[in-house]
Design a protein around this ligand. Structure first.
Ligand code: E4P
Length: 216
């Protein structure tokens, strides 16, 4: 499973990229707004940090507007993946962009039927918001599981992204569900590193090492 970082914060992207475990980045308008920076400058900095897919969302909701934005964004880097909302106009745009070889990520997907339509439109990725489904009492990961199963049956090339990840257990569940990608906030990636027994074990090794006679 590929790991994308779900943030528009360049410090977080830089740090996680240096750890060597990040395959790409996903942003959305809310994450970009949180940074309080000029959009183009921010995305160009992200492009300079990581060599992997970088999802950036359009804000138009009509097909012409989405295609125009997507074409412009895709000219910034071959790593740009254009995020398109899961609405009928969006899927029309995805079909056109796929013919132009522009990569797309259909976002705000909350059902298997929506995912199926996005795959039919030849989306590169489809993002299911697991945490937001959990929030309203649905098992978000079940949608991911069923999407992976159906995409495999029909050999769709669309990759399933488990998004809206809230905690480390979501990551394990996404991997077990066969998600191609989990897009994870920085704080959750940090938590994935942690185990108290690792810290206790390392402390003990280093203390014991002090008792070893120096070879000098
Ligand atoms: C996905 O691409 C979205 O940016 C993100 O995962 C949404 O997460 P949230 O539900 O925590 O806002």
């Amino acid at each position: 499973m590929k790991i994308f970082i779900d943030t528009a914060n360049v410090e977080e992207i830089r740090k996680a990229t240096n750890w060597g475990v990040i395959d790409g980045v996903t942003t959305n308008p809310s994450l970009v707004a949180k940074e309080g920076r000029e959009f183009t400058e921010l995305i160009r900095e992200v492009i300079s940090i990581i060599d992997g897919p970088i999802s950036v969302e359009v804000i138009s909701t009509d097909v012409e507007g989405m295609i125009k934005e997507a074409v412009e964004l895709s000219e910034w880097s071959s790593n740009i993946v254009v995020k398109i909302p899961m609405i009928p106009e969006g899927l029309k745009a995805v079909k056109v962009l796929s013919a132009k070889k522009i990569k797309t990520n259909v976002t705000l997907v909350f059902s298997v039927n929506q995912a199926l339509l996005a795959a039919k439109a030849r989306a590169t990725y489809v993002s299911t918001f697991v945490g937001r489904l959990d929030d309203i009492g649905h098992e978000g990961m079940q949608i991911v599981r069923e999407m992976v199963e159906i995409f495999n049956i029909y050999d769709f090339s669309t990759e399933v992204i488990a998004a809206s990840i809230r905690h480390p257990m979501h990551v394990i569940e996404a991997a077990k569900a066969g998600a191609h990608v989990a897009t994870i906030p920085f704080t959750v990636i940090e938590k994935m590193f942690k185990h108290p027994l690792t810290d206790i074990g390392l402390k003990r090794f280093l203390e014991d090492w002090k008792k070893v006679e120096s070879r000098d």
